[in-house]
Design a protein around this ligand. Structure first.
Ligand code: DGP
Ligand code: NA
Ligand code: NA
Length: 232
């Protein structure tokens, strides 16, 4: 054909983990690294606190006001859905995305809440199925990089901050929920997970992640892999 060739799509790479695992640092190191290799890349993070929905989420995280957990869960999901068209356009234009948290955090945090730290109409925990359903159909990542850190190590990094979820008992359950979500993806055989030991030095973690990321970008481009949908 006479027109310009369509660029290969970018890869969608997700970093997940408990609070204080070092994700945010690694996302920014990684984006710098890829840009230094002239690989078009942008960082995304969820929750995106800069939108109107994100402003509500920010207020919620910084307060101790009781709000129904289902309503909050749907706000976090809405914050991802409102970003989805732009996310797809970015990938389609050939730019890679390195994303700090996504639907897995959504499910892991809400499903880890217990009656004692919840305010809602029912006493029990919210099931994984219930928690997953609002995010079904979102663009799926091409790889999940899970920065694994146990809670003693997380605490030894100077303790948690003051936000609502930064409590040891909850974080222990969040880590367990992430493992369940990993098992679900591995059973489906669609979204590959790479678990990285986040207790290593920043430099060691960075090197391991950089390798996973360049391999993923190569795979997506050489296979012309279609963009998938979450949990489909
Ligand atoms: P961060 O800005 O990455 O520190 O995330 C803020 C906090 O919100 C952190 O404790 C993780 C939690 N979180 C992130 N995404 C979701 C979500 O979709 N649902 C819920 N319930 N919590 C989330
Ligand atoms: Na946090
Ligand atoms: Na973070």
């Amino acid at each position: 054909n006479g027109g310009a060739s369509t660029p290969k799509r970018g890869a969608f790479i997700l970093l997940e983990g408990v609070d204080r695992c070092g994700k945010t640092t690694q996302v920014s190191l990684l984006v710098k690294h890829l840009l230094s290799l002239s690989i078009a890349t942008v960082a995304l993070r969820f929750p995106d606190r800069t939108t109107q929905v994100g402003g509500l989420i920010n207020e919620y995280l910084q307060s101790s006001v009781q709000t129904d957990d289902r309503a909050i869960h749907l706000l976090f999901s809405a914050n991802r859905w409102e970003a989805a068209p732009n996310l797809v356009n970015t990938l389609t234009s050939g730019t890679n995305i390195i994303c700090d948290r996504y639907a897995y955090s959504g499910v892991a945090f809400t499903s880890a809440k217990r009656a004692e730290d919840r305010s809602s109409m029912s006493g029990g925990e919210l099931s994984l199925d219930w928690c997953m359903s609002p995010d079904v159909g979102l663009p799926a990542p091409d790889a999940v990089i899970f920065l694994d850190l146990d809670q003693d190590q997380a605490e030894s990094r100077g303790g948690y901050g003051g936000e609502r979820y930064e409590k040891k008992e909850l974080q222990i359950r969040v880590r367990q929920r992430f493992a369940e979500l990993q098992a679900i993806d591995e059973k489906q055989g669609r979204v590959p997970w790479h678990v990285v030991d986040a207790a290593q030095s920043i430099e060691e973690v960075k090197e391991q992640i950089a390798k996973i990321v360049t391999d993923t970008i190569d795979r997506v481009q050489s296979e012309s892999a279609p963009l998938r949908r979450m949990w489909g």
